[in-house]
Design a binder for this molecule. Structure first.
Ligand code: P61
Length: 895
């Protein structure tokens, strides 16, 4: 049996590349400047570039390979790796590397063919390469074939071979991107070639996608693996050639390979003339490594099934709406002439322009013009897009199809032989534009996630003492433990990281970071720290006199510990609604001014160290503070001479909640909302591992008080590092500076918070009790209502988080009785909130991952009575939730 289609990506996003969303006016301007030929548009002008060549997401293994290029002129190690992998995956012995498949074709034709010959093939696309050389491609594809439309018509092939005496027979896996070939037919073509003493030359650039068709549709092949079929398929030919930028997901590269040493010798004799040397063939060492690793990985069964599912889904959605198309191996090939029957000249260009105008989507027609095909490919960049994005692109095409009659023809202004040469003029029609609200980024590199069985997970949970903190990441499929430091960095952040110049003095990266903070917060003094708790320590030591009260809107573990270490006493002043998981009050992060007032009455203003004001209150469920509350608290503190210190760890998320739920701010950019919020405070600590979109880093910042900054710097030197780096390398500072710029992008933050809202919605629909309203960084499941039969001293949230892992491979975090600890008298605190936190890493998971998270939890909900409690078998004194170990009550009862 073939692997079932995975329900979500078998990987997560490791790094991302941001997408631009030019306005409709900008798009019109760009189109005119591009002479109405979308070939002339550049990526920053395009939202979704629907091309699959060299645009796929690499794995992190491939990316790592990029850094171990052996750039020796001769005999590079990477060449040996490449040869080994070609041999293993494709079964051919002798390898001749080339710079890409054009290089391979160049060598091939030079060695075997000459002008005036006719070459039978199942593919026509390569006519572009043959015609200019005076070699005619002769179509012998079986046009009557039903599924394997790329099969040879063997009778016509035989006739062609006898009559034309071609130099060889050309074959292409997934011919022209649309026509899969059966293994049986390819073998028959090979037999025919052998009978006539000819070589069968096979382009395997899209062999994986072809193999999927064989596995699915060719009788008797359903139980073979993709890897097995790929090898059989490639072995069937005398000579293979491959373009690295297709199935192997390199950005370039290629090769010819054969088992025939004489042919190989011919190839490598030409290589020195046309491509390079026989051990690099026009590829950098790193390219050979990326290609070699891509080859080794390209047959991974779940990945292939996932990618092909995307193509199926995309084309099915378009088809269902009546869009005329041919299904390709990597997307939908729109039939522009049927789409726009009113346009008789270059309908594919008219369609491409209309699609760009309405949606910023680029579909590219390439090669020789005037072939009379009028197909406009909408190819899916391999593994780079989510289903949510693909659905929205499909919907943009469907929206255009509905207004197809309005799409104008283009007038030819400059003719040419090739599509990229053409220039047009046009008058814009009033086409209804389409807006996207999907993730504003693509996957750049991928990281595999664990695939485990239930038995393996149960075993892992036992070994972890029923504590999700003690699980190995390698055993976790979807990790919702925390959003702290788990971000996928952008390519722009990596670029800054690489470019940063190290120094223990003042780095340019620090200046960039400080400028970014001044820009988004409006605060003058910028002190980097290695992460949030380090900033909290310094702030507490500088600002708290022993015995002083520190009022705060709910505690956070590390914040409270540092306040207490400095001699302060934490006082909770959050509104009562925050402690009630069923209250749907919108601003549960607010401070109750009456509680503040009471503290001043009781202790006097001088006894208040400062107000510790957290934005998007983590332990309340990621609950926002309203702008009104920020203003009121600030005004109140001005009367009493008390400072306001924000925990701005998730301030951007709070700003987004204000935009989404305070009608006065619905048209204000998140960046401007944040700037106003920060006006109502005097300083802030930040765990940069959240909002700042980085894996490590933190910040202590003051609006204008130079004395606090000076005192803090003295501590920074002792605890952290230099005053301009806080112990962070310049590289991390540079990535953080770029993250600060990216975090205030409205589309990003909307997509992020939208994920939490959708996940909560799916759970709520099924009756699973979740904290209301849903916050911004996480969804909190209410374990008290989920497991009402489990006593709070048997740790229902801890047990529920363990069961979620065993059921689904999803890791979550307890935030309840275990986290909150014991009173001095030894009794558990019994907090009002007994929760399991499902925390969303930034830019890492898709909706499909989260849908599966919801499904697993819903299955548990349906059998909740069978779930019991836990008891401690090892209980550390401080912060026991990190390292505590448990056993199930039922196990304890059985003894
Ligand atoms: C988290 F179980 N948060 O949410 P640092 N302030 C706030 C945070 O959310 C925060 C810090 C300060 C974590 C990590 C974590 O008991 C725990 O950069 C609002 O982690 O030092 C961290 O920032 C501290 C999880 C921290 C815990 C402590 O997952």
């Amino acid at each position: 049996m073939a692997t079932p289609v995975p329900v979500h990506e078998p990987h997560k996003f490791k790094t991302i590349r941001q997408i631009a969303f030019p306005s409709i006016d900008a798009r019109k301007h760009n189109l005119a400047a591009a002479h109405f030929n979308v070939f002339n548009l550049t990526p920053p002008q395009v939202s979704f570039d629907m091309v699959s060549y060299g645009s796929g997401a690499m794995t992190q293994e491939q990316l790592a390979g990029q850094f171990i290029g052996d750039e020796a002129y001769a005999g590079a190690r990477n060449f040996e790796t490449l040869c080994g992998n070609i041999n293993r995956v494709l079964g051919h012995t002798y390898v001749c590397p080339t710079h890409n498949s054009l290089g391979s074709v160049k060598i091939l034709l030079h060695v075997f063919a000459e002008s005036g010959q006719r070459l039978p093939s199942n593919a026509r696309g390569r006519v572009d390469l043959h015609a200019p050389r005076g070699i005619e491609l002769y179509d012998v594809r079986d046009h009557a074939a039903a599924t394997f439309t790329g099969d040879f018509d063997l009778a016509r092939l035989e006739a062609a071979v006898v009559e034309k005496r071609p130099p060889f027979i050309g074959a292409q896996a997934f011919a022209d991107g649309q026509h899969p070939v059966s293994l049986g037919n390819l073998r028959a073509a090979r037999a025919l070639a052998d009978r006539h003493g000819l070589r069968l030359v096979l382009d395997v650039s899209r062999v994986v996608e072809n193999a999927w068709y064989i596995q699915r549709y060719e009788p008797g092949m359903g139980d073979r693996t993709i890897a097995d079929i790929v090898k059989q398929f490639a072995k069937t030919a005398h000579v293979i050639l491959m373009d690295g930028a297709q199935d192997a997901r390199a950005n370039t590269g290629g090769f010819l390979a054969t088992d025939n040493p004489a042919d190989h010798e011919h190839f490598i004799n030409e290589i020195v003339v046309f491509e390079g040397l026989h051990t690099y063939g026009g590829m950098a060492g790193r390219t050979m490594e990326v290609l070699a690793r891509g080859l080794a990985e390209m047959c991974d069964e779940p990945t292939v099934q996932w990618a092909m599912q995307q193509t199926e889904r995309f084309t099915a959605r378009l088809r269902a709406a009546g869009v005329p198309l041919e299904r390709g191996c990597d997307g939908a090939y729109l039939r522009a002439d049927a789409f726009l029957p009113q346009v008789d000249q270059y309908p594919e260009h008219a369609l491409a322009c209309a699609l760009y105008q309405t949606a910023g989507v680029r579909a590219l027609v390439q090669g020789l013009a005037g072939r009379g095909e009028h197909l406009l490919p909408l190819q899916i960049p391999r593994l780079a897009m989510t289903n949510r994005q693909l659905d929205q692109v499909a919907d943009a095409v469907i929206a255009l199809h509905r207004q197809r009659e309005q799409v104008p023809a283009l007038s030819l202004e400059r003719d040419g032989q090739w599509h990229d040469e053409l220039r047009f003029g046009a008058v814009f029609a009033d086409l209804e534009p389409v807006a996207f609200d999907c993730e504003p980024y693509l996957a750049h590199t991928l990281e595999p996630i664990a695939v485990t069985t239930r038995e393996q997970r149960l075993q892992a949970m036992r070994e972890a003492g029923w504590n999700t903190f003690l699980l190995r990441s390698a055993d976790v499929a979807i990790d919702l433990l925390t959003d702290s430091g788990t971000t996928a960095m952008s390519t722009a952040q990596w670029a800054a990281y690489e470019a940063a110049l190290p120094t223990p003095a003042t780095s340019s990266a620090y200046l960039e970071f400080a400028a970014a903070i001044r820009d988004v917060y409006g605060y003058e003094h910028v002190l980097p720290t290695h992460q949030g708790r380090a900033a909290e320590q310094i702030l507490s030591e500088v600002m708290i006199r022993p015995g002083q009260i520190v009022p705060g809107n709910m505690y956070f573990t590390t914040t409270k510990v540092h306040q207490e270490y400095a001699g302060g006493v934490f006082a909770d002043v959050i509104v009562d609604e925050a402690h009630d998981p069923t209250s749907s009050f919108r601003w549960k992060g607010n401070i109750d001014l009456a509680k503040l007032e009471a503290l001043v009455q009781q202790h006097g203003a001088a006894q208040i160290a400062y107000i510790s004001f957290e934005l998007s209150v983590n332990l309340a469920g990621g609950q926002p503070v309203s702008m009104d509350n920020l203003r009121e608290v600030y005004a109140w503190t001005r009367k009493h001479g008390i400072a306001v210190m924000f925990d701005a760890t998730r301030a951007v998320e709070n700003a987004y909640m204000i935009q989404a739920h305070d009608p006065r701010y619905k048209d204000t950019r998140v960046k401007d909302i944040l700037r106003e919020m920060m006006l109502y405070g005097d300083g802030a600590t930040v765990s940069g591992k959240k909002d700042f979109l980085i894996n490590i880093g933190g910040l202590l910042t003051f609006k204008d008080n130079a004395e606090w900054a000076h005192k803090s710097e003295a501590k920074l030197r002792i605890y952290e590092g230099g005053v301009r780096d806080g112990g962070l390398p310049a590289a991390d500072l540079a990535a953080m500076a770029q993250g600060v710029r990216e975090m205030v992008d409205d589309r990003y933050i909307q997509a992020r918070v939208g994920q939490a809202q959708r996940l909560a919605g799916w759970l709520r629909e099924a009756g699973v009790p979740v904290v209301e309203p849903t916050g911004s960084h996480a969804v909190f499941v209410d374990a008290r209502r989920f497991l009402p039969h489990v006593d709070q001293d048997e740790y229902p949230a801890q047990r529920l988080s363990s069961e979620i892992y065993i059921e689904t491979g999803v890791r979550t975090m307890e935030r309840g009785n275990v986290s909150s600890g014991r009173d001095p008298d030894g009794c558990n605190h019994h907090p009002a909130l007994e929760l399991v936190r499902l925390t969303l890493a930034r830019r890492v998971y898709s909706d499909d991952h989260l849908r599966e998270v919801a499904n697993g939890i819903i299955r548990l909900w349906q059998r909740r009575e069978s779930i019991h409690g836990l008891r401690f078998v090892y209980e550390p004194k401080d912060l026991r939730f990190f390292q505590g170990r448990f056993e199930p009550m039922e196990a304890a009862a059985a003894v």
